[in-house]
Write a protein that binds this ligand. Structure first.
Ligand SMILES: Cc1cc2nc3c(=O)[nH]c(=O)nc-3n(C[C@H](O)[C@H](O)[C@H](O)COP(=O)(O)O)c2cc1C
Length: 381
């Protein structure tokens, strides 16, 4: 393929280069994948106003998210097992984000550890927290994120029980892959990926193995989540975490106005309107369709961000027009990473920036800070 021009091009390349179990892990949603599809489809229902004969020079996409400067209103979302899309994936993606001037969020369930990512970056990154029953482990994890000078804690609220993704079960997803015939057949057709993976020692869950007690085999994410994640997690725990952390906090996975109000009551710095990329409650509405209602409910009290289904700079602009201070992308950067490593992440970000910039200009605007509903021709939500 010649130079990738769209996120879809990167997805095609990633499908060719990444073993099926890991490509499918990214490209999957829960059960019927209806919410996963709705996240993308609902963006295409929003139409833009075409404006002409306005000065389009000196455009700016610069903004701030939770008070931190960003070159555009986009952050890399936390994604588990990113180091299985490409060897040392989290370190590469973090470096690409830093060079681009946008936030990178490291997942609790990453392959590279907090310390690995801190060692290859110079600016603070964000750390995403899953809360397990073992509170001693959570205290140590938060301590490690502080020691690494992470500038925000992103607490994920929508995954205490894992939504079922059929592809993962059928493919026998595990990290590292188990020595089964099924896995061997998936790996043998991806020699380049295997070679790169042999060149790194990071092939397990770097934040967990050797840090959490009683963890020996964590390769089956599903089984481990069911055993360790705390299904009793409550708003009181969020307050406990906030005190323990003492820094900026973002609550991720809010899709309901009532929950948004409760999140604002905690004094958190931002919420992310999200359904986990359609990977948890299949049948939930798309994130973008819920954004305006949530902005209306709490937008004057807390920063509102959104993720889910963003596949272009146009989608970023539409989200900003509907009130999002920031957007987060998961699969677009994972496809870039799987396709071309760090360069692929940079390419994904360049594609999005270019589309965002041109679309903003054709809507007659020069500064992302001035974008509001006025640029929309219709507002289906
Ligand atoms: C492969 C994959 C792994 C993910 N792992 C996590 C995770 O570890 N923690 C988390 O809070 N969200 C996780 N998410 C959800 C993302 O942070 C984000 O909400 C979602 O990807 C946004 O949708 P998009 O992929 O359509 O951009 C994951 C998403 C994907 C695709």
């Amino acid at each position: 393929m010649s130079k990738p021009l769209t996120i879809a091009d990167l997805k095609t390349l990633a499908r060719r280069r990444v073993p099926k179990m890991f490509f499918d892990y990214a490209d999957s949603g829960a059960w019927t994948e209806g919410t996963y599809r709705a996240n993308e489809e609902d963006f295409s229902r929003i139409k833009l106003r075409q404006r002409v004969l306005v000065d389009m020079t000196n455009r700016s996409l610069e903004t701030t998210m939770i008070g931190e400067k960003a070159s555009m209103p986009v952050a890399l979302a936390p994604t588990g097992m990113t180091g299985m899309q490409h060897a040392d994936g989290e370190m590469l993606a973090a470096k690409a984000a830093e060079e681009f001037g946008i936030p990178f969020t490291l997942s609790t369930m990453s392959i590279c550890s907090i310390e690995d990512v801190a060692a290859v970056t110079t600016k603070p990154f964000w750390f995403q927290l899953y809360v397990m029953k073992d509170r001693g482990f959570i205290e140590r994890l938060i301590g490690r994120a502080k020691a690494a000078k992470c500038s925000a804690l992103v607490v994920t609220a929508d995954l205490q029980i894992l939504g079922q993704r059929h592809k993962d079960i059928r493919n026998g997803l595990s990290a590292p892959p188990k020595p089964t015939l099924n896995a061997a057949l998936q790996l043998i057709t991806r020699p380049r990926w295997c070679l790169e993976m042999l060149g790194t020692k990071r092939r397990g869950f770097g934040n967990i193995v050797g840090h959490a007690s009683n963890v020996s085999d964590l390769s089956s994410l599903g089984a481990w989540t069911a055993e360790q994640f705390d299904p009793k997690l409550s708003w009181d725990d969020i307050r406990w975490i906030k005190d323990l952390w003492g820094g900026k906090m973002i609550i991720k996975g809010i899709l309901d106005e009532e929950d948004a109000r409760a999140a604002a009551d905690t004094g958190a710095d931002a919420i992310i309107v999200s359904n986990h990329g359609g990977r948890q409650l299949d049948g939930a509405p798309s994130s973008i369709s819920m954004l305006p209602k949530i902005v209306e409910a709490v937008g004057d009290r807390i920063e509102v961000h959104v993720d889910g289904g963003i596949r272009s700079g146009q989608d970023v602009l539409k989200a900003v027009a509907l009130g999002a201070r920031g957007t987060h992308i998961g699969r677009p950067f994972l496809y870039g990473l799987g396709a071309m490593g760090k360069d692929g992440v940079t390419t994904a970000l360049e594609i999005i920036r270019n589309e965002l910039d041109i679309t903003m200009a054709l809507c007659g605007k020069r500064d992302i800070q001035t974008i509001d509903r006025n640029i929309l021709a219709n507002a289906p939500f």
